[in-house]
Design a protein around this ligand. Structure first.
Ligand SMILES: C[S@@+](CC[C@H](N)C(=O)[O-])C[C@H]1O[C@@H](n2cnc3c(N)ncnc32)[C@H](O)[C@@H]1O
Length: 240
C-alpha cells in the first residue's frame, strides 16, 4: 500500500520516464478515443471567449491548448503539473503551434495545493489525472476553491465499464495486453504497469460523482464514454 508521498514520487517518476512517448502512446493505446472524449468534454466546460481556465495536471498540454483555443487571445489559461518533463513537451507544443501570442501559462506545481487565490477561474479541468493524485477529494476541493461562484470543475478520466461482458473483455486488454504493448514500446515495464494499477483503487463513475458532491460541488453530472471505459464528470460551484 503506497502512502501519499510514495504515490506522488512514483507518479512523478512514471511520467518523467514516458513524457516523450506520452502523446503517441495515448493515441495508440486508446485507439484514438481520447481525442473524441476531449472533444465531448469541451462541449461541457461552458467556457467562453475571454474566459479563464485552469488545467490541473496538464501533462503535455492537449487540454490546455483546447481551452485556450476556446477562450481566445483575451482569455487566460493556466496549465499546472508537477512533472517538468511533461511540462517541457507541453511548452514545445505551445511554441510550435504558434500559440505564443495566446495567454497560456505553464507552471510546475502540485494539484494537492494549488497556488492560486480562491475564485480565480471560470473553469478548472483535470484530464486522466485524478487516478494519479495522492488524494482525490483534496484535489477536487482545491479545484472547487479556485473556481468562481457558478464556475465548473470538470474531470475526464478512465472509468470502469458497467456491462459485465464488455468489462471482462476490456479488462483483458487493459490489465494484460496494454502493459505489455506499453513496455515493448517504451522499453520499460514500470510506466505501463502503473496504468491498470492506478484504476484498481479508483472509484467507479457513481463513486466519483459522490466525491464531486463531497467536495461541495452542485448539479453534478457524469457521462460514460465508449461503453464506460472513460467518464466525464462536471460539477458547479454554487453558494449554499
Ligand atoms: C495521464 S497524465 C494526463 C496529462 C493530461 N492532463 C492529459 O489529459 O493528457 C497525468 C498527469 O498528472 C500529473 N500529476 C499527477 N499527480 C499530480 C499532482 N499531484 N500534481 C500535479 N500534477 C500531477 C502527472 O505529472 C501527469 O502529467
Amino acid at each position: 500500500m503506497m502512502t501519499q508521498d510514495t504515490k506522488a514520487a512514483h507518479v512523478q517518476r512514471v511520467f518523467s520516464q514516458i513524457a516523450k512517448h506520452y502523446d503517441v502512446m495515448n493515441s495508440v493505446l486508446s485507439f484514438y478515443q481520447h481525442k473524441l472524449w476531449r472533444r465531448f468534454a469541451m462541449r461541457h466546460v461552458g467556457l467562453e471567449v475571454g474566459g479563464t481556465a485552469l488545467d490541473v495536471a496538464c501533462g503535455t498540454g492537449d487540454w490546455t491548448l483546447a481551452l485556450a483555443k476556446r477562450t481566445g487571445p483575451t482569455g487566460r489559461v493556466v496549465g499546472i503539473d508537477f512533472c517538468q518533463e511533461m511540462l517541457d513537451v507541453a511548452k514545445n507544443k505551445v511554441d510550435k503551434r504558434g500559440w505564443n501570442g495566446r495567454p497560456i501559462e505553464l507552471m510546475n506545481g502540485d494539484a494537492m495545493a494549488l497556488p492560486f487565490e480562491a475564485n480565480s477561474f471560470d473553469v478548472a479541468t483535470i484530464g486522466f489525472a485524478l487516478r494519479n493524485v495522492p488524494d482525490i477529494l483534496t484535489v477536487l476541493r482545491e479545484m472547487t476553491r479556485v473556481v468562481r461562484q457558478g464556475g465548473k470543475v470538470v474531470s475526464l478520466e478512465l472509468s470502469k465499464p458497467e456491462f459485465p461482458p464488455f468489462r471482462a473483455l476490456y479488462y483483458l486488454y487493459f490489465n494484460h495486453l496494454l502493459p505489455w504493448i506499453g513496455a515493448a514500446a517504451v522499453k520499460k515495464k514500470e510506466p505501463y504497469a502503473w496504468l491498470p494499477e492506478s484504476l484498481r483503487n479508483f472509484p467507479d463513475r457513481k463513486g466519483l460523482e459522490a466525491l464531486f458532491r463531497e467536495a461541495g460541488l452542485k448539479h453534478v453530472r457524469s457521462y460514460p464514454l465508449t461503453g464506460g471505459i472513460a467518464a466525464l464528470h462536471v460539477g458547479t460551484k454554487v453558494e449554499d
